[in-house]
Design a binder for this molecule. Structure first.
Ligand code: ADP
Ligand code: ASP
Ligand code: MG
Length: 416
């Protein structure tokens, strides 16, 4: 007998028929003698629909009310799934995040889980029940409903698996595993049998939404066996493995594991800004004070010694506010500088632990983009990744060309 935490995403519970299919799947595991905790997302499109309505009413809704609103999507699916299980003879009880004791901090819309009470949950399981928990939500110390950021049901699943010491956390979604890149953009992408936590963290943070980054962090920190699978087809899916379990010396180990991309960032540049000590903190300080996260940063070497250009990226949703802070606070404070912005950019990144021990990955990466006439606007690297900012219109071409050039295309590997 094993204990599984199974998370089903929005598409997997997107209609009454699909909810019934999830119930059948869960029943299958239970019939085989396993204990199951199910975590569900809202029906696909529901969270966006709720956010849309909020914005029609107020373009600056308070984060507390947003959480109160968007958490309702998951409350619908937990109850419907419990009813579907009852209908086929499976005892089940649904719980909201707050009922099940998912305690978070008070950072509304991006709260972090601090503690999970498992006693009652465990009692239900021992009593033969399937426990159905609302993903994406928790409760803070004052009893306010909080949510964990978009895609947060993954994190609910992994956190529950960690707290219950489950044998495996299974993330059921609309693709049958983690691919070398988003299979919806590159039809030649291939499913990976395994990927390391470290690589998955990079892919998730660089834009691959197949797993929320915090879910991967949890899995790494608490050693939760984590697998991504299809809700619609069978198959082994992709197992996220500990970094130490990867055999980097194996000749068959690919150099590159995957390509991530996102068009959800915007770039801001302060041209001709006075090159004085502390300039970076005077530019970025007020932005950080507004709780805006900065991603890539490039400061030019000042050609004449007195002036420099400073460029950085933020999430597209923070673009307008960042522009305003630069215009109204930073430029007057620095006493100069010319502001440029561009929100038609994309970030494309190559990830692989094999890069550590191989030279020449960066030069090949740049050559591939040059051959396609794609101009690189910014670059950032770490031991296991290279990211570039390019014009948004070139994103798909860049992903496909890099995928092919680095030998990730399906036919290439099959031919080997
Ligand atoms: P769910 O609603 O089940 O949480 P998501 O839409 O959040 O599903 O995540 C699954 C989607 O992630 C896939 O449909 C796919 O388009 C996208 N995706 C992006 N990068 C990858 C990747 N490397 N491998 C698999 N899927 C990816
Ligand atoms: N329903 C939430 C969202 O759309 C959480 C999730 O699906 O993981 O972001
Ligand atoms: Mg998701």
């Amino acid at each position: 007998m094993a204990l599984y935490v199974q998370k089903f995403g929005g598409t997997s519970v997107g209609s009454v028929e699909r909810i019934k299919a999830v119930a059948e799947k869960v029943k299958g595991f239970r019939d085989n003698g396993h204990q199951v905790v199910v975590v569900v997302s809202a029906m696909s499109g529901e969270t966006n629909r709720l956010i849309g309505m909020a914005n029609e009413i107020n373009d600056e809704p308070t984060p507390r009310e947003m959480d109160m609103l968007v958490s309702t999507g998951e409350q619908v699916t937990i109850s419907l799934l419990a009813m579907a299980l009852h209908k086929i003879g499976v005892p089940a009880t649904s719980y909201t995040g707050s009922q099940v004791g998912i305690q978070t901090d008070s950072a509304h819309t991006k709260a972090r889980i601090q503690r999970i009470e498992t006693d009652e949950l465990q009692a239900d399981l021992d009593d033969g029940q399937v426990v159905v928990v609302a993903g994406f939500q928790g409760v803070d110390e004052e009893g306010n409903i909080t949510t964990l950021g978009r895609g947060g049901s993954d994190t609910t699943g992994v956190a529950l698996a960690a707290a219950l010491k489950a044998d495996e956390c299974q993330i059921y979604t609309d693709v049958d595993g983690v691919y070398t890149t988003d299979p919806r953009v590159c039809s030649k992408a291939q499913r990976l049998d395994t990927i390391t936590v470290e690589e998955m963290l990079e892919l998730a943070s660089l834009g691959s939404k197949v797993l929320q980054i915090r879910a991967v962090e949890f899995a790494g920190k608490y050693n939760v066996p984590l697998r991504v699978l299809s809700s619609f087809e069978g198959g082994p899916g992709t197992l996220i493995i500990a970094d130490s379990d990867k055999d980097e010396d194996s000749m068959e180990e690919p150099l590159i594991s995957g390509i991530a991309f996102t068009d959800n960032e915007a770039k801001l540049t302060l041209l001709n800004t006075p090159d004085v000590p502390g300039v970076a903190s005077r530019i970025l300080g007020p932005i950080a004070d507004a709780n805006i996260e900065i991603d890539m940063i490039v400061q030019n070497v000042a050609p004449a010694g007195d002036y420099t250009d400073f460029t950085f990226t933020v999430a597209k949703g923070d673009y307008k506010q960042t522009m305003k802070i630069l215009r109204d606070q930073v430029i007057p404070d620095l006493g100069g500088g010319e502001l440029r912005g561009d929100d038609n950019i994309a970030k494309v990144s190559l990830v692989g632990v094999g890069m550590r021990s191989h030279a020449g990955v960066a030069s090949k990466f740049f050559r591939v983009l040059a051959d396609e006439n794609i101009n690189i606007r910014m670059v950032s690297t770490s031991e296991i990744k290279i990211s570039v900012v390019i014009d948004e219109k070139h994103m798909e071409l860049a992903v496909k060309s890099l995928h092919k050039a680095f030998g990730l295309d399906k036919s290439d590997i099959e031919a080997e």
